[in-house]
Design a protein around this ligand. Structure first.
Ligand SMILES: [Zn+2]
Length: 459
């Protein structure tokens, strides 16, 4: 008998954690951190739903923190087994997890300094050192290669086209096969290669971030050009909060193209995120997964200055001329971009460009929703800069792209589960999947447990 537990990313888009149990073997697919609203973040502090020491292996779809960021904590709580991931994911986790540990420590330090935590003293969920220790458990396996997890349980990866290293995971047990899509990229992403068609499987667990939306046809280059030109005319600065991994490389590529074509002026531009700089280097080292040439990769640094140190970062905020600043994190939940937002938000000459999905409860979402002030480091900052959001740069397929991808795949599941979406998006995708393919589709409840062999929910 096989059981599947939905322990996160059900009814929400963060905290991806799915436990597959088969004849005494426990495999955790993804081990994400809950992010966004406080009641979600509080779930990171709850006891893990099973004893971490009883888990045989973790298999990761990709390196994003909402899929991987709980790993250091899981290891600290007693998980000692292998963590399987692709080579690209392994490279990215070296920077993403250590940075997550660093951010946790910073946040706790900050909370203690300004006494805005209810907990005295505030402690980090895990430290940088703990994050580094967990990296020793990573085991990289290339796409398509079989992973022997335990007697009667194996897994394999196929390319998902979402970020570098991203994969769909297919787990095979003695009695059934289950595909977990993780996050799925777009068929015509400007830098990532398209997701591979899915293999056949008895069960499907699919994301639904854009389950109720189409991406606009807008050309992102045109929007970006207009925004840069308008901001320069006002004598302002353009701040772009961007995920260090994926979106930052995307922005570098688009800006470099606009500048080469003479569509934007050669104003000072900065990539201010040590993590994004390293991610760009890792990206260039995995040419098999993306569409850019070695020459295009090299040309990123020709114009855009890489701000590596804290001093480099602070120097940006002292400048008075027009410039472009790309900095993490992408939803302005932490990182160096907070300092730039504090500096540039109060002036209407400046612009802030938000790229892609902004989760509820994040500062990015507040900006998109038109907040006139933003709480940063315990103090309120006036929002007078122009705030623009572009959707076209999303790293997620929209529902039409997902449906076409499923249609071109070999998969015809006995039951499909829709996760990793806000409730309306998950429900919309559920309806579309059953209408178009006639599949039996569920939107599983948070913490629900399914008996896959008997095809029913058990709790
Ligand atoms: Zn992702």
């Amino acid at each position: 008998m096989s059981r599947l537990t939905f322990a996160g990313a059900a009814g929400t888009v963060t905290g991806s954690r799915f436990l597959l149990e088969h004849e005494g073997v426990r495999v955790l697919i993804d081990c994400g951190l809950f992010q966004g609203l406080k009641n979600l973040r509080n779930r990171n502090w709850e006891p893990f739903f099973v004893d971490p020491a009883s888990i045989d292996a973790v298999v990761l779809t990709h390196a994003h923190i909402d899929h991987s960021g709980y790993l250091p904590r899981l290891c600290e709580l007693g998980f000692g087994g292998p963590i399987y991931c692709t080579p690209g994911t392994l490279d990215l986790l070296q920077i993403l997890l250590t940075d997550a540990g660093h951010l946790q420590e910073e946040e706790a330090r900050h909370a203690n300094k300004y006494r805005y935590s209810k907990h005295e003293p505030a402690v980090p969920l895990y430290t940088r050192a703990q994050a580094e220790r967990s990296l020793a458990q990573l085991t990289s396996v290339p796409y398509q290669q079989s992973i022997d997890i335990a007697d009667g349980v194996s897994a394999s990866f196929t390319r998902a086209g979402h970020i570098l290293g991203s994969a769909c995971v297919r787990v095979q047990t003695r009695t059934e096969s289950i595909v977990f899509t993780g996050d799925v990229g777009r068929p015509s992403d400007p830098i990532m290669r398209a997701p591979e068609p899915l293999p056949a499987a008895d069960f499907l667990v699919t994301e639904s971030t854009y389950g109720d939306r189409r991406h606009p046809e807008e050309t992102v280059s045109d929007e970006l050009e207009k925004l840069v030109v308008d901001t320069v005319k006002r004598g302002g600065t353009l701040v772009i909060p961007a995920f260090a991994v994926g979106r930052s490389q995307h922005m570098l590529h688009l800006l470099a193209e606009l500048k080469v074509a003479g569509r934007i002026p050669a104003l000072p531009a900065f990539l201010d995120s040590p993590m994004a700089i390293t991610a760009t280097e890792i990206f260039c080292n995995h040419p098999e997964e993306h569409r850019l040439s070695a020459q295009q990769c090299r040309s990123f640094g020709d114009w855009i200055e890489y701000a590596r140190t804290t001093d480099d970062s602070k120097a940006i905020d002292r400048r008075m001329d027009s410039m472009i600043v790309i900095s993490a994190s992408g939803m302005a939940t932490g990182g160096r971009v907070l300092h730039h937002l504090k500096r540039f938000l109060p002036d209407p000459a400046n612009s802030v460009l938000l790229v892609g999905y902004q989760a509820a409860g994040t500062r990015g979402r507040s900006l998109v929703d038109g907040a006139d002030e933003l709480k940063i480091h315990g103090a309120y900052v006036r929002v007078r800069a122009r705030v623009v959001q572009v959707q076209g740069l999303s790293a997620h397929a929209d529902y039409a792209e997902l449906l076409d991808w499923f249609g071109a795949s070999a998969i015809a599941p006995r039951r499909a589960f829709v996760v990793h979406g806000e409730p309306s998006a998950a429900d919309a995708l559920r309806r579309r999947l059953s209408e178009r393919f006639g599949w039996a589709v569920e939107v599983p409840n948070d913490r629900s447990v399914w008996d896959l062999t008997a095809l029913r929910e058990v709790t």
